[in-house]
Design a binder for this molecule. Structure first.
Ligand code: SF4
Ligand code: SF4
Ligand code: FES
Length: 489
């Protein structure tokens, strides 16, 4: 095994690893700005310099691979002096606006200044100033804060596959902008904000809404497509403020697309139905859970029923519904639906060169693993439909069937074809397992409570099974309480 010594500690490493990564593994922090493990190395901020034995000059740790027997000091007087000098240089032009900056609390410049900078500066010159600028629908730019690390330029060119960020002018006038000031085009623009080590590129969706240190974080998975990018939901008081990617080298590396990042919005949209509703298609009225369950049972009871299951449901929910169909709905036919044009896993493929998949539901591969077939058309003689979905699956046409009970997340406009709505939990409001296109099982984690009067699917089915009389005599089954708790999510 290869070994080097950093700050007097012997550290093992793999060939090719740079000193920043080797030190990190040993719990030793080397400050940096321009380095990012997912981008090419340019060694231009000079913050990461370290002293290496037998080397007359300081070396940049990001661009120096560790070698066997190397002796490195990150805390020698020479290295520390350089860190203080670089911080002073970077702050010559940086405004003192941390108290009103959105990046405060998670800003590398702020943290490195506190940990590695000096308490005093010698600068007395005016700082350069720019106007805040829109860079399209996702990003707002504040050039006053930029330290010209070029991470954004490299992310665009190397990861998103689009050369849209450039540096214009030179020296003190250097400015990061898009070519001709055009709006950003990439569908991965939110990552610019994640990787910017300062508050120069901020998310318009999140700006000035909540201080970073108030946010409660839940490690979960995106439900936006069959890739299942790892992400973190950040909320406070039940309100979700943003989603950011979590590193997973096998699935999404460090990134996520904008569609997935902002997908949470529909779960908090005013048009989401969060109270039970009954009536006729196009004329639904709010009611209590007891009446809604009775109405739903009546709509299905004794009728030839088709159970349509969204491939945006979790494995636990799908298993629960399979059992429910068998035991409570007289062996109703169960079919899955999700993305128009992507009926089965055979139709699912890459939708772009980076992460996006054609299946816009997260668990298509999981429901097929359970042996559930794709929905093709309404079978002849169908008298009632029970449609259950998470929130992403696109509702199919119900072919004029009048009794359609919807369970899950529906917007007002989507409920026009439903005769009853039993509001369910969104992906941000439940735990469960989803299977991505690689066959990897991943866990959804509940971040907030179900909105309004919405309930978990296990609760809804338990209410359905136990309230009033009728359906159990059709099937001959007794209480399915044990079954429900088995699959409860
Ligand atoms: S805008 Fe941010 S990421 Fe881009 S060069 Fe400036 S500091 Fe770096
Ligand atoms: S690629 Fe798919 S899973 Fe990843 S963030 Fe985008 S929508 Fe979500
Ligand atoms: S991180 Fe090494 S020079 Fe910037």
């Amino acid at each position: 095994m290869l070994k080097c010594t950093i700050d007097g500690r012997e550290v093992e490493f793999q060939s090719g690893q740079n000193l920043i990564e080797v030190a990190k593994k040993a719990g030793i922090e080397i400050p940096y700005f321009c380095y990012h493990p997912g981008l090419s190395i340019v060694a231009q901020c000079r913050m990461c310099t370290v002293e290496i034995e037998k080397n007359p000059k300081l070396q940049t740790a990001c661009s120096t691979p560790a070698s066997d027997g190397m002796v490195v000091s990150t805390k020698s007087e020479k290295a520390k002096k350089n860190q203080r000098s670089v911080m002073e240089f970077l702050l010559v032009n940086h405004p003192l606006d941390c108290p009103i900056c959105d990046k405060a609390g998670e800003c590398d410049l702020q943290d490195n200044s506190f940990k590695f900078g000096d308490a005093y500066m010698r600068t007395s010159e005016d700082r350069r100033t720019f106007m805040d600028l829109d860079m399209g629908p996702v990003i707002k730019k504040n050039m006053n804060r930029c330290i010209h690390c070029t991470r954004c330029i490299r992310f665009g060119a190397e990861v998103a596959g689009i050369r849209e960020m450039v540096a214009i002018q030179r020296g003190n006038n250097t400015e990061i902008t898009t070519i001709d000031g055009r709006p950003l085009e990439t569908e991965y623009a939110g990552n610019y904000s994640d990787i910017c080590p300062t508050g120069s590129l901020t998310l318009k969706d999140f700006r000035f809404k909540k201080r970073a240190w108030f946010l409660k974080k839940t490690a979960t998975v995106c439900e936006g497509c069959s890739r299942g990018c790892n992400m973190e939901i950040q909320q406070e008081g039940g309100q979700i403020y943003r989603c950011i990617p979590r590193e997973n080298q096998e699935i999404n590396q460090w990134w996520m697309c904008d569609e997935g990042r902002f997908n949470y919005r529909y779960t908090m949209d005013k048009s989401r139905i969060t109270e039970p509703k009954v009536g006729t298609p196009g004329a639904l009225a709010q009611t209590d859970w007891g009446s809604a369950i009775q109405a739903a049972r009546k709509a299905i009871q004794g009728k030839k029923t088709l159970l349509l299951l969204g491939s945006d449901l979790t494995q636990e929910e799908a298993i629960l519904l399979q059992k429910f169909a068998k035991q409570t709905l007289a062996n109703a036919d169960v079919r899955h639906f999700g993305t128009p044009g992507v009926k089965t896993v055979a139709d699912d493929a890459a939708a772009d060169r980076l992460l996006k998949r054609k299946s816009k539901t997260s668990n298509l591969h999981g429901v097929e693993k359970l042996g559930i077939s794709a929905f093709e058309s309404i079978p002849a003689g169908t008298e009632a439909i029970l449609v259950v979905r998470g929130g992403r699956a696109v509702l199919p046409s119900f072919g004029g069937v009048a009794s359609v009970v919807g369970v899950g997340v529906f917007a007002d406009s989507e409920a026009k074809a439903l005769s009853t709505v039993l509001p369910g939990a969104a992906f941000t409001e439940k735990d469960g397992t989803i299977v991505n296109f690689q066959g990897q099982e991943q866990k959804l984690k509940r971040s907030v409570l179900p909105a309004g009067k919405s309930k978990a699917l296990s609760e809804i089915l338990a209410l359905w099974t136990h309230q009033g009389a009728g359906l159990s005599s059709q099937t001959g089954s007794k209480s399915s309480a044990a079954t429900l708790s088995e699959g409860a999510v």
